[in-house]
Ligand binder design. Structure first.
Ligand code: GUN
Length: 413
């Protein structure tokens, strides 16, 4: 598909390449300092500068070209001095592709019950030694500048509850706008790192609209929608995403934070969103859960003890792909997926023939299967996004959605 329209800022280019004719779904190419990424995209979360259990090569092999790190975790350890000394998080973790960092406030509010938010910033007690600490917008940006991530997020005032009082919600929304201005002023590297704003305003359409207007005016290279991963009703989630995307400029990437269930991804894309992240696919892998086209399977279940099939028939991941089967020509292979070159040469599929029985056995005793399932789940999510993108480009996204829901929820009608 050729480019319909483009827009560039100092460290990012956004090329719109397709619009769905009946939904707000779009496909685009986003070029960041560490290379291009194709949108819509799911970004796996490497909290401690790695996806738990995976090497950078294994993450790369899934097709991932943009992953998340957390400012909060890296700022505490290894800390800013080490990050400055090594030259940033790409060097620290041996990852030459793109990184997005969340600003830290959300992690503190959701992980630490004792976080206290004032106009200055987020006050909390260090989980290491209990000493009082303050994360300000300026400090968050300073840390993210040392991390060197390709996309950095503003510090925002996030409320985790789904039904807070309206006055506090309004204060959080307006404060997030004020904190964006402080983040913009503090940002040392605007030509190499993209600062995204985060729209807040809870489940109130008017507050969301007011926040969108204020944020859009500030003209950041990309825009996030926050405050939506807290267990709100699906109808509220969809209404808020739609309210925001309706007001956002077409030629900037739109990122819905903390979203990763497959059903939320396919719907959010239809509502006009482009980027998503969530710990769920990797966390649930460590509990023995495989995400498949036909739903989530718990491979710890006894029925898998003697199931010698792949985790998911037809999947193209390194665990599931069988070099001599039809899976090597699955629809996903029509998209550009990195191929693995093996020392032996051969067909370079890199297949390792993992079975459900092995995962069932190993997850109860060891960690290897958890890592392999992590690879499968990340591949699944990235492949879902590749399929979504292909469907948008070929203008058949509504039909794709219909089939996807029938497959995932087992409706064979
Ligand atoms: N992760 C999920 N939701 C949010 C949010 O609203 N703000 C930030 N900073 N991170 C998030």
């Amino acid at each position: 598909a050729s480019t319909i329209a483009s827009q560039s800022s100092a460290a990012l280019t956004f090329d719109l390449i397709a619009r769905c004719s009946t939904t707000r779904a779009r496909a685009s190419n986003l070029t960041l300092p560490h290379g291009p990424v194709q949108l819509p995209i799911f970004m796996p979360v490497a909290t401690q500068a790695s996806l738990k259990g995976l090497t950078p090569e294994q993450l790369e092999e899934t097709g991932c070209r943009l992953c998340l790190n957390n400012t909060y975790h890296l700022g505490l350890k290894p800390g800013q001095d080490v990050l400055d000394a090594v030259g940033g998080a790409h060097k620290l973790q041996g990852w030459d592709h793109n990184i997005l960092t969340d600003s830290g406030g959300f992690q503190m509010v959701s992980l630490l019950k004792l976080a206290n938010i004032t106009e200055d910033g987020v006050r909390f007690l260090s989980p290491h030694d209990g000493s009082p600490m303050l994360l300000t917008p300026e400090h968050s940006i300073d840390l993210q500048n040392s991390i060197g991530s390709d996309i950095i997020m503003q510090l925002d005032d996030v409320l985790v509850t789904t039904s807070p009082d309206a006055a506090r919600m309004r204060e959080a929304m307006l404060r997030s706008v004020r904190w964006l201005d402080r983040c913009v002023a503090a940002h040392r590297n605007p030509t190499t790192q993209n600062l995204f704003c985060i729209i807040q305003g809870g489940l109130d359409d008017e507050m969301r609209r007011e926040c969108c207007a204020a944020m859009v005016q500030r003209d950041t290279p990309g825009i996030a929608i926050g405050g939506l991963s807290g267990g709100e009703a699906k109808s509220d989630f969809c209404r808020v995403v739609a309210t925001c995307t309706e007001m956002l400029p077409e030629l900037k990437p739109r990122y819905v934070m903390g979203i990763g269930y497959p059903e939320d991804l396919v719907v959010s894309v239809a509502l006009g969103a482009d980027m998503f992240d969530c710990v769920w696919p990797t966390r649930t892998a460590r509990f023995g859960n495989a995400i498949t086209r036909h739903g989530v399977l718990n491979l710890k279940n006894a029925v898998y003890a003697d199931d010698f099939g792949p985790i998911e028939d037809g999947c193209g991941c390194i665990c599931c792909r069988r070099p001599d089967s039809a899976s090597s020509t699955s629809p996903s292979q029509t998209q550009s997926i990195p191929t693995t070159t093996t020392a032996e040469g051969g067909d370079s599929s890199g297949a390792i023939n993992v079975t459900r029985a092995f995962v069932h056995h190993n997850t109860a005793k060891e960690t290897a299967a958890a890592h392999l399932l992590t690879i499968h789940n990340v591949w699944h999510q990235l492949n879902l996004m590749r399929e979504i993108r292909a469907a948008i480009i070929e203008d058949r996204y509504p039909a794709y959605l219909h089939q996807w829901f029938a497959d995932f929820y087992g409706d064979k009608s």
